[in-house]
Design a protein around this ligand. Structure first.
Ligand SMILES: *Cc1c(COP(=O)(O)O)cnc(C)c1O
Length: 392
């Protein structure tokens, strides 16, 4: 297999070797059920609890406030449905934004079909919500606000601290989907007044299929799965010990290396953005120029279909992602691209290159070189582009 230039780190990341090494013994030697009372069981239990503590420490939470889940999506679903149903005697109104991940959006849409009312806040051209508009959207019957930390498509970072201040003042619960932000942005759930926070290990070099939900002590939330006493009786089922251990190791590394990694990522990201802007005409940067996740680059290339661009990049070994949901079988442009005001045409021509710890400067050069050629070739086939060229 030829080498892949992997620039889709927002979709998932590889498991780091140190993470895997930490996990392996829990498959084979330390396989005890954490609920068993003999030593083998107690060792698994201890591994879970020390992992819980590491994750709690990373975000300024208490150990007892961390609940393991099977994914980031599960954590989002649980936070939203769990709080909605547990608090429906107080109200039925939920506030979110138009640019959330589907794990949040589709959960909100589900609740709308089940007696809840949802406000989907607009965002500006950079993907930011308006804080006054947000404040005014809170009503007597509002029980929950769910606004993402960093956007997975355009990288925009919302003003989480200000949102937390407002929700605290108004006495409504605040959940944030921090799946993209964890490991890149310093998060303090106390200082930021966050009541619930979702994360997923595979976005920070841990394994897929394990996530966590932080639930502030005292939050009224329904249990997710009934059964045994695991996860403080809120999510029953024998714990996935090796993955929990892997997630904790991954978050530990991410926090130890955060500053160093961010400096490197931002330098690579800025180089990539600059080279694209300098070498390719008719491009538009999507997302906020500064309030942005360190590894996120997202451009719209006019007169081009994102899908054709992805296929051509794949042929030269570059893995990236487009802003339309074509990969999932539909031709609808992404809801995020439409929410920031792009026309269908411009939204369709968007490309996300998300950088990670393993990307290099040489890879940036290789990607830009190929992008220049591919974009030019694809545009030659566009009647719209021909027309624009003639007009000039
Ligand atoms: C990846 C992602 C999710 C979903 O996490 P999974 O572990 O894949 O279920 C949710 N929200 C955001 C912002 C994401 O990037």
């Amino acid at each position: 297999m030829k080498k892949t230039i992997y620039m889709d780190n927002s979709a998932t990341t590889p498991v780091k070797k140190e993470v895997l090494d930490e996990m392996v013994p829990y498959f084979t030697e330390l396989y005890g059920n954490p609920s068993s009372i003999y030593e083998l069981g107690r060792k698994s239990k201890a591994a879970i609890e020390s992992s819980r503590e590491k994750i709690a420490n990373a975000i300024g939470a208490k150990s007892r406030e961390i609940f393991f889940t099977g994914s980031g999506s599960e954590a989002d679903n649980w936070a939203i449905k769990g709080v909605a149903y547990a608090n429906k005697n107080k109200g039925n109104h939920i506030i979110t934004t138009k640019t959330e991940h589907h794990a949040v959006l589709h959960t909100c849409q589900y609740l709308e079909k089940n007696g809840f009312e949802v406000t989907y806040l607009d965002v500006d051209e950079y993907g930011l919500i308006d804080l006054d508009e947000f404040k005014n959207s809170i009503k007597e019957n509002t029980i929950l606000v769910t606004i993402m930390f960093g956007n997975n498509e355009i990288g925009t970072i919302q003003p989480i601290e200000e949102i937390g201040r407002i929700t605290k003042e108004k006495g409504v619960y605040f959940h944030t989907d921090a799946v993209q932000a964890i490991g890149h942005v310093k998060i303090d759930v106390e200082a930021m007044n966050i009541d619930m926070l979702a994360m997923a290990a595979h976005k920070f070099y841990g394994p897929k299929g394990i996530g966590a939900l932080y639930i502030k002590q005292g939050t009224k939330i329904d249990a997710l799965i009934s059964g045994g006493a695991q996860e403080r009786r809120k999510r029953a089922g024998t714990e996935n010990v090796p993955y929990i251990v892997g997630m904790a190791k991954a978050i530990e590394i991410a926090y130890e290396e955060m500053e160093e990694s961010n400096v490197k990522l931002i330098a690579l990201r800025n180089k990539l953005m600059k080279k694209i802007e300098e070498n390719i005409p008719y491009v538009k940067l999507n997302g906020h120029p500064e309030k942005r996740l360190p590894g996120n680059v997202n451009f719209s290339f006019r007169f081009i279909e994102g899908e054709s661009l992805l296929l051509s990049l794949d042929m030269v070994g570059i893995a990236a992602s487009s802003g339309s949901a074509c990969t999932s079988g539909s031709l609808e442009p992404s809801h995020v691209m439409l929410a920031i005001g792009l026309s269908h045409e411009v939204a369709h021509g968007s490309l996300r290159l998300s950088l990670g710890d393993f990307n290099t400067e040489e890879e940036i050069d290789y990607v830009v070189e190929n992008l220049v050629t591919i974009v030019d070739r694809l545009r030659q086939m566009s009647p719209l582009y021909e027309k624009i060229k003639e007009e000039k």
